[in-house]
Design a protein around this ligand. Structure first.
Ligand code: PMP
Length: 415
């Protein structure tokens, strides 16, 4: 797999070669996996990295003063450096390991939020937020008597940016916004939005769970105050999450969980916290998961995030064209592939999404059905549930045609 980006010229060749790197496809012949938006499959290099930790280097991190513990601590910290480089953070101190995006955002709400949001303050969220970037803020607002306001989504699946502008008042203390919607596929112009928010001294929390896996993300360029994402959606083991925050804010924040590993000194009455980022990492972390994440970053970097995005743009173009040929099918997100990722939530007249999921599964196509943890968005769209097909670097053009053929078959059965 080494130097894949250099060795292989065309995207088609890349995808065919890439598929071979994922044992799941060898062990499940004919599988069309279209649920990477929930969690991705893992390449052999990641599986091997985890196996190698157990077989050669495993010990708890940052505790032992023996060789094995030093080795595992070094590998663990190497991933932190890789993450910082991958998202162009200015320092690895800004990278906190959590267990998923949900925990990252809860950490923020119950530390920075608890200390900075007051009665009557406004927290601005968008209508397209995943529950993970909505409920922690709603819960905080409830406890602090703060006010939640929503930036609406237009019929075309894009944020109403005029409305957003008019909502950015001096009473707003935080804007919580998805970089890319897990339902609509919409990629929000977060850089411009952050700049506008900063002019009003509003902090911005960006949910990058559907962004970092799919296109290059540069945190110094975006200038987000907070940014969260989930390695399990980018080829890494599950059980690891990332919270990025600006260094000066992290320095000022209280810890979320307290206990072992996050202290500098503890007496009978007092405790001093460790420096950042360790102050936010209490207890034994997911050592093998973090090290496996390092291998996933190496893999993604060797393919190239620009190449991955190019591939997904092509998939998006073809998928939008082919899905629109299925009679009675309505796609919920933007209908053009500009600023849009390869996630397609749709309804098909007369077929409940759960029946759809079952029937597609019978044809070896794995997709997701439901509200995708974005119930308020579905309510705004006037529907209860959708069927969602989400693509990644190992999906081919042929996967789209297989999906479309299967949808036509389902349509015939429900006629
Ligand atoms: N935000 C978005 C946009 C997501 O797609 C997801 C995962 N579906 C999450 C947050 C939550 O991620 P996790 O389950 O890893 O906490």
């Amino acid at each position: 797999m080494s130097n894949l980006g250099e060795q292989i010229k065309t995207m088609k060749k890349i995808t065919t070669a890439i598929k071979k790197d994922f044992p799941i496809f060898k062990n499940n012949k004919g599988l069309v996996f279209l649920d990477s938006g929930a969690s991705t499959q893992k390449p052999k290099v990641v599986i091997d990295a985890v196996k190698e930790v157990y077989e050669k280097h495993y010990a708890n991190v940052h505790r032992g003063i023996y060789k094995l513990s030093e080795q595992s601590s070094e590998l663990y910290e190497q991933t932190r450096e890789k993450v910082a480089k991958f998202i162009n953070a200015s320092s690895e101190k800004q990278i906190i390991f959590t267990k998923n995006t949900t925990e990252s955002i809860n950490l923020l709400a119950f530390t920075w939020g608890m200390d900075n949001i007051k009665k009557g303050d406004i927290i601005l969220v968008t209508e397209m937020e995943h529950h993970a970037n909505l409920l922690p803020w709603r819960e905080l607002a409830k406890r602090k008597k703060a006010i939640i306001k929503y930036v609406p989504v237009k019929k075309n699946g894009r944020l109403d940016l005029n409305k957003l502008d008019s909502l950015l008042s001096s009473k707003v203390k935080l804007l919580a916004i998805a970089h890319m919607s897990n339902v609509l596929g919409t990629i929000n112009p977060v850089k411009k939005i952050i700049a506008k928010a900063h002019k009003k001294k509003i902090k911005v929390m960006v949910d990058g769970a559907q962004a970092v896996p799919h296109f290059p993300v540069d945190l110094q360029d975006l200038d987000a105050d907070f940014y969260a994402f989930s390695p399990h959606k980018m080829l890494a083991p599950s059980g690891v999450g990332i919270l990025y925050a600006k260094e000066e804010i992290l320095e000022s924040m209280n810890p979320f969980l307290v206990g072992g590993g996050m202290i500098a000194n503890v007496t009978h009455q007092d405790a001093e916290w460790n420096e950042i980022p360790f102050k936010f990492e209490a207890g034994t972390p997911n050592i093998e998961g973090v090290i496996g994440f390092g291998a996933a970053i190496d893999y993604l970097s060797s393919v190239g995030m620009k190449n991955i995005f190019k591939h997904e743009q092509k998939i998006t173009k073809i998928a939008l064209r082919e899905l629109s040929k299925v009679e009675g099918l309505k796609i919920m997100g933007p209908s053009d592939n500009k600023d849009r990722g390869a996630v397609f939530s749709f309804v098909l007249n007369g077929v409940h999404p759960h029946d759809m999921a079952t029937m597609l599964d019978e044809q070896n196509i794995a997709i997701r059905a439901g509200h995708h943890c974005a119930q308020p968005l579905h309510q705004s769209l006037g529907i209860e549930a959708t069927t969602r097909a989400s693509f990644y670097l190992y999906n081919t053009e042929e996967d789209i045609y297989k999906l479309v053929r299967a949808l036509k078959k389902v349509k015939k059965i429900f006629k």
